[in-house]
Design a protein around this ligand. Structure first.
Ligand code: SF4
Length: 269
């Protein structure tokens, strides 16, 4: 995201009183040169800010002060940690990632992030390492808390379980394993209509690096334009104008509606 897009996003945010939360994502959003300006201005405007953090970025050269920056601006940190042990984390994210993630979590805990009753929110994200649905969120959260506390002295608030969407890299993985059809059937056969009212596309708007608009991050990855017909942030005067809109859907949406459901805030039930 360049300067013009970041500036326009902040203008729209100022003009959109109904937008309560700014959710920054994209692999390592902290490395964007406009990241701190986006956070600072959003907080000045009184909006809650979430940073979707891969944890290892906190150990990158020049990023050492990020935990303090988060704490100063009361940023909620949602951190990816696919397992509480090294094997599955390194299988999914590469060698050395687990130890770095634990070190990053310790730095956040040292500032009060994730500690019981602390106001600085630290949540973790789990997604399955394979072609299956996540286990029940509450049970897995209890296991994570126990394992991370006993093994590493790590505290966090909540665990969000996410279903793997059959798109991009995971779709390629399924194709290599010959599991595409089986996984699609798994999602369809577990369709849960009671997840539909809570689907995240009903309450968020996704802005791409170039200012393009999408109904969610998955649609952005598929380059499926916003269902409302508006294409970019420059066609809007305020985000409120597209708060109630038709949503562009596809077969990948069964990833959000399977079982307990899946959203940026974890299971829907
Ligand atoms: S993938 Fe489909 S159901 Fe899920 S958030 Fe996006 S548009 Fe909504």
């Amino acid at each position: 995201m360049g300067e013009a897009v970041a500036t326009r996003v902040l203008e729209l945010l100022a003009a959109s009183a109904d937008v309560a939360t700014v959710d920054l994502t994209g692999g390592a959003p902290e490395l964007n040169p406009h990241f701190r300006r986006l956070v600072g201005r959003a907080r000045e405007l009184g909006r809650h800010v979430i940073d979707r953090c891969n944890l290892t970025v906190l150990l990158e050269p020049g990023m050492e002060d990020l935990p303090e920056f988060f704490a100063t601006h009361a940023v909620e940190v949602v951190a990816s940690l696919p397992c509480y042990g090294p094997e599955n984390v390194e299988k999914q994210r590469g060698r050395g990632v687990f130890d770095k993630s634990i070190e990053a979590l310790r730095r956040l805990n040292a500032l009060g992030y994730g500690c019981p009753d602390a106001p600085l929110v630290l949540n973790l994200v789990y997604n399955p390492v394979g072609a299956f649905l996540p286990p029940p969120q509450a049970e897995l959260e209890a296991r994570y808390k126990d394992e991370l506390r006993r093994g590493f002295g790590i505290e966090f608030h909540r665990l969000f379980t996410l279903t793997n969407m059959p798109i991009k890299r995971f779709a390629e993985f399924l194709a290599r394993q010959g599991q595409q059809e089986a996984y699609a059937s798994l999602l369809v056969n577990h369709f849960n209509p009671s997840t539909v009212p809570g689907l995240m596309c009903r309450s968020l708007l996704s802005v791409g690096w170039d200012g393009s608009l999408y109904d969610c991050d998955f649609n952005q990855m598929l380059e499926l334009p916003l269902g409302a017909g508006v294409r970019t942030i420059w066609e809007l005067d305020a985000i409120d104008a597209v708060a109630r809109r038709p949503i562009a859907t596809g077969s990948h949406c069964f990833g959000c509606t399977a079982g307990a459901g899946s959203s940026c805030g974890g299971a829907l039930q």
